[in-house]
Design a binder for this molecule. Structure first.
Ligand code: DNO
Length: 348
C-alpha cells in the first residue's frame, strides 16, 4: 500500500512540506489546474509539479484527475479532438513517471453535497448530503460550487449542457464510455499507466443527469468494456458506500482479487434513515463503514496500489478547501497506517 495525499499545488493552503511530515507518506496526488478541461497539459507544467513533489521528498506517480471533456461523454463529433488530447496527456504523464491516472465519467458535475459546513455534535464541520436539501437545489443558478466542479461554466453554458444531456440515455453514456476507453486504454498500456475511474458520487442520478459507475453490476460491466488491467478503478469507499446496497467489504475483496484496484480513496460516511449521509471521521465507529474490514480485504490481496485518506472534516479551527484540510486527513492517514501495520503484523 502506498500512502498518498491530495495536494492542490502551490495555491493549496496545505503546504507540501507538512504533508511530508505525515508518517509513511509516499506520494502526492495532484493535477495541472490551469489548463481548460480537454486541452493538452504543457510538459513544463507537468515537470514543475514533479519537481515540487520530489523536492519535498515525495513521489509524483498519481494524477487526480485528468478530466474528461463533456463532448466525449456526450459522444459529439468534436470528441475526436478531445480524445487525441487525452491520449497525449497520458503519454506526457507516463513519460514524467506517472503510474496512475484517476478520472470520472459523471455528466456535468463531479461529487455533490448539499452543504459544505454542517456543524457536527463535536463542533467540527463536515460535508453532508441531505435529500431534502437536494430537492430544493437548482443547479442552474450556480449558487453551489464544490472544489471538484469545473468552475468555468457560465449559467448559459450550463443550461445548454443540461439540454444536451436530455437526449442522452444511460445506454448512450455506456456507449460513449466504451468508445473513449477503446482509444485511451491502449495508450495507457503502451505507457505503463493504470487508468482508475472514480465512481459516481453519490452513486445515483442527480438533477436528472444519468450516472453509471454506481454499483457492482455496473462496475463489472465497466471492467469488461476493455478487459485489461490498465482499465481499472479508484475504489472510493465514501462514494459507493453511501448507500447500503453497496457492500464495500465485498467489493474491495472482489476487485482487489482481480487486481483491478489501482487507487483507494478511504473515507467513512454515516448513512441516515432517509438515505441522506454525513461525512464522518475515518474510524469505523464514527460512520457506517467497516474500515478495518475494507483494509483487511486489501491486505489479504497484498494491495500495492495507491491509497489516500479522503475528505476530512474541518477541525481545530482550520479553514480551507471543504473536505481537503490538513488536520483531519492527517488523522485519517495515521489511523489507516495503524490499521495497516496491525494487519501486516498479524499476517506474519
Ligand atoms: C472528491 C474526489 C473527486 C475525484 C474525481 C475524479 O473529493 O474524490 O472529485 O477527484 O471524481 O475524477
Amino acid at each position: 500500500m502506498k500512502l498518498s495525499f491530495r495536494w492542490y499545488g502551490p495555491e493549496d493552503p496545505v503546504k507540501i512540506e507538512y504533508i511530508r511530515q505525515i508518517p509513511h507518506m509516499h506520494s502526492i496526488v495532484t493535477a495541472v489546474y490551469d489548463v481548460p478541461v480537454g486541452e493538452v497539459w504543457p510538459e513544463e507544467s507537468i515537470l514543475k509539479l514533479k519537481k515540487q513533489t520530489e523536492d519535498a521528498g515525495l513521489h509524483f506517480e498519481v494524477i487526480e484527475s485528468v478530466p474528461v471533456h463533456e463532448d466525449i461523454k456526450l459522444g459529439k463529433p468534436t470528441r475526436e479532438r478531445y480524445i487525441k488530447n487525452y491520449q497525449e496527456n497520458i503519454r506526457r504523464l507516463g513519460k514524467a513517471g506517472v503510474k496512475c491516472i484517476c478520472y470520472n465519467f459523471m455528466p456535468v458535475f463531479d461529487w455533490t453535497r448539499t452543504q459544505l459546513d454542517k456543524v457536527l455534535e463535536d463542533g467540527s464541520n463536515a460535508l453532508v448530503y441531505y435529500r431534502e436539501q437536494l430537492e430544493g437545489m437548482n443547479p442552474l443558478t450556480g449558487e453551489l460550487s464544490l472544489p471538484g466542479w469545473d468552475s468555468s461554466y457560465t449559467k448559459e453554458g450550463l443550461k445548454d449542457l443540461f439540454a444536451e444531456y436530455e437526449k442522452i440515455t444511460e445506454e448512450d453514456l455506456w456507449e460513449n464510455l466504451r468508445y473513449f476507453l477503446e482509444q485511451v486504454i491502449p495508450v495507457a498500456e503502451e505507457m505503463d499507466v493504470n487508468m482508475a475511474i472514480h465512481p459516481d458520487d453519490p452513486p445515483w442520478p442527480i438533477f436528472g443527469l444519468p450516472r453509471i459507475i454506481t454499483c457492482e453490476e455496473n462496475i463489472d460491466r465497466f471492467l469488461k468494456l476493455v478487459d485489461k488491467k490498465q482499465n481499472g478503478l479508484t475504489l472510493c469507499t465514501g462514494s459507493l458506500g453511501c448507500t447500503k446496497t453497496n457492500d464495500m467489504v465485498k467489493l474491495t475483496e472482489k476487485y482487489a482479487a482481480q487486481g483491478r484496484i489501482h487507487f483507494m480513496h478511504m473515507r467513512n460516511v454515516k448513512i441516515l434513515e432517509d438515505g441522506s449521509f454525513e461525512e464522518s471521521a475515518h474510524p469505523s465507529s464514527c460512520g457506517s463503514l467497516d474500515m478495518v474490514a475494507i483494509m483487511k480485504a486489501l491486505s489479504d490481496h497484498d494491495f500495492d496500489g495507491y491509497l489516500r485518506p479522503d475528505h476530512g472534516r474541518m477541525i481545530w479551527g482550520e479553514t480551507g478547501k471543504p473536505g481537503y484540510g490538513l488536520y483531519d486527513r492527517a488523522l485519517g492517514a495515521s489511523y489507516l497506517n495503524g490499521v495497516w501495520e496491525t494487519l501486516q503484523k498479524l499476517k506474519g
